[in-house]
Design a protein. Structure first.
Length: 488
């Protein structure tokens, strides 16, 4: 079996994984990719028989440092006792670490020359991220491709989505390590040639184009802290603020965040009807976030009022946040506050929202981290000119909202549409089709974001072809490395 990693090596790996977190928003320290992957690469080759252990401790560092907001959600707002919330957060990070461990385990079976080894490792890592994005409903948070969001390489998202961006990121991160290991530049020629082809395609591809139609929009950020948002004494005040503030806006489209009305919409039927009539008379449309009850089922819903026709029920619900499998066992956990009713998944086929001649495609909260799912909905309504995300990130502390915004920006790039992101506590923003933030409100402050936005039409390569070709490219890279390993 050879030499085994010692405690000091495991601690270094945890530190190396944690180093990746500041490469994401809000810090964007991309240079940390190189020392983190340099350490991982060196220890993988020093202990080739222990690939699982190497990747596991590296992944444990990444997720322990990257998802502490899980504790905030469970303890501060979910009512779970601190020791239990701490334990569950650690267990969640320990589970997520299995995916980097899978990548390094697969890689440890390869014994290719440096160029193919680099491409093989990048492929294994990317495939493991893809698996993490859908296993057990999926958790694509901290996928490495997002670190490119503030570089010209973000156009990779419009070419092949998150997995193409992750593949390129890992290749770039490993270049110094492979150069140090081989002491020669030649092993980098093949990876650099692949990078040149992919980046050229990303930068030269056709993009969606503006239609010339401009909408005046107003995005309302009420900034109701989670500990008061669901308080029955506060709910009427929240409804009053959103209603009165909406009627003060001179805008074609007014947006409320997710569950701006925390109670059931049936409790506020008269308020909503009166608001609907006033908006109709003024020629305005409004999208209201609320909880909708229908035939005994609860939906997390966006409801169109005034000139805005249609509604949207959230489809991709958050596991243990909006629905609770094994409810009987979960209720045994001390201090865990579980709602009396789970939300119901919205139907897969739902009509798009319509504001006059403009088609709008909406999603709620966490749904905007699933690029493939958003693509599937947009393919149903290719005439869509504008994307909308309504969210409530008050559950997730101070760092996670910036990471969520970073992912939302890349959905705009992938689909070639502006994205209006309206949130309860931040970060409310207007995002251009190239991923730039055109305007935003400060986090954790009440405000109204007023601006104009131009609708877009057309297809990106990602819209047309999805990510299957990227996954096939990864399989080919890993297969080439494997074949070289077994070839005498």
């Amino acid at each position: 079996m050879g030499e085994k990693p010692r405690l000091g090596h495991r601690a270094l790996l945890v530190l190396g994984g944690a180093l990746l977190v500041p490469a994401f928003a809000p810090w964007q320290q991309l240079w940390l990719l190189w020392p983190a992957f340099f350490l991982l690469w060196q220890l993988l080759h020093r202990f080739p028989a222990h690939g699982f252990q190497i990747g596991y401790f590296f992944g444990l560092g990444l997720f322990l440092a990257g998802v502490p907001w899980i504790y905030t959600s469970l303890h501060d707002f979910g009512g779970l006792l601190a020791p239990v919330a701490t334990l569950l957060t650690i267990l969640f990070a320990a589970f997520l670490a299995l995916f980097p461990a899978l990548a390094t385990t697969l890689y440890s079976r390869l014994h290719a020359r440096p160029a193919l080894a680099l491409l093989g490792f990048a492929a294994c890592w990317t495939l493991a991220e893809w698996l993490r994005s859908w296993a057990f409903t999926g958790f694509p948070w901290l996928s490495l491709g997002y670190v490119l969001s503030d570089t010209p390489l973000r156009w990779l998202f419009s070419l092949g989505g998150t997995w193409l961006a992750s593949l390129v990121t890992v290749i770039l991160a490993l270049l110094p390590a492979v150069l140090w290991q081989s002491r020669r530049f030649s092993p980098l020629l093949l990876p650099l040639f692949l990078l040149l082809i992919l980046t050229s395609l990303a930068l030269l591809q056709p993009h969606a184009q503006p239609t010339g139609q401009t909408l005046r929009v107003a995005l309302l950020q009420g900034n109701y802290a989670q500990d008061i948002k669901w308080d029955p004494e506060w709910i009427p005040r929240e409804v009053a603020w959103y209603t009165q503030t909406s009627l003060q806006q001179d805008a074609d489209l007014i947006l409320w965040p997710e569950t701006a009305i925390p109670g059931s919409s049936q409790q506020y039927t008269q308020t909503l009807l009166a608001l609907d009539m006033q908006l109709q008379q003024r020629g305005q449309g409004l999208l209201a976030g609320l909880i909708h009850r229908e035939q005994g089922k609860l939906y997390n819903t966006l409801l169109g009022l005034g000139r805005l026709e249609g509604q949207y029920h959230k489809q991709h619900l958050v596991l243990l946040g909006e629905y609770f499998p094994f409810r009987r066992w979960l209720e045994l956990l001390p201090g865990l506050s579980i709602p009396a009713n789970d939300f119901t998944h919205g139907p897969a086929q739902q009509p798009a929202l319509q504001l006059g001649k403009t088609t709008l495609l909406a999603n709620i909260c966490y749904e905007d981290v699933f690029g493939t799912e958003m693509r599937q909905r947009l393919l149903q309504y290719p005439q869509t000119g504008l994307l909308i995300n309504a969210s409530n990130d008050a559950w997730f502390g101070r760092t996670a909202p910036w990471q969520h915004l970073q992912m939302a920006r890349m959905r705009a790039v992938e689909l070639g549409r502006p994205l209006l992101r309206v949130t309860n506590t931040g970060i409310t923003a207007v995002i251009a089709p190239d991923g730039r933030i055109l305007a935003k409100l400060p986090a954790f402050e009440r405000g109204v974001l007023k601006t104009r936005v131009t609708t877009y039409q057309g297809e990106t390569v990602f819209m047309r072809h999805g990510t299957l070709w990227v996954l096939l490219l990864c399989v080919i890279q890993a297969g080439m490395a494997f074949l070289h390993s077994i070839t005498p």
